[in-house]
Design a protein. Structure first.
Length: 144
């Protein structure tokens, strides 16, 4: 299985869509717990509409997002705490179900996991892939 990842930090919606299109991504799987953004173009409904206009599907899997304490750790650059908290999140029944959904969706068509953080090494999306799809070929995309 191939999984793309992308963060929109420092990007525009047009730049994100261009990066997705260039890679052949047909579906975005939003793994933010809170799909709202102060950054124009990246709140759930506006993002989904922009992706739809580009022929890219959108699915939000809230349970695969980072809980508040994990987001706080990430903001502080405390990756070890983020990893510990996020591991607990992935043990929750709804996260287990949505991880299965994510894998099924990604098996259907080229899909990108989306979150805010530009650097995948600093984001929970890398922890997610390592935990539930460790055998996947991971391609990290960077939007302008």
């Amino acid at each position: 299985m191939r999984l793309f990842t992308i963060g929109y930090q420092g990007a525009t919606q047009a730049g994100l869509i261009a990066a997705l299109e260039a890679a052949g991504v047909e579906q975005v799987i939003d793994v933010r717990a809170v799909p709202l953004s102060r950054k124009p173009g990246f709140s759930k409904n506006v993002l989904a509409a922009g992706l739809k206009d580009a022929g890219i599907g959108y699915v939000h899997l809230k349970a695969l997002g980072t809980p508040p304490a994990g987001r706080e750790a990430a903001h502080k650059g405390d990756h070890a705490t983020l990893a510990r908290i996020y591991a607990g999140q992935l043990d929750l029944p709804e996260a287990i179900v949505q991880a299965g959904e994510m894998l099924a969706l990604a098996a259907e068509k080229p899909s990108a996991l989306l979150c805010f953080e530009r650097d995948p090494a600093e984001c929970h999306r890398s922890l997610l892939v390592a935990a539930v799809a460790s055998d996947a070929e991971v391609i990290d995309l960077f939007a302008q």
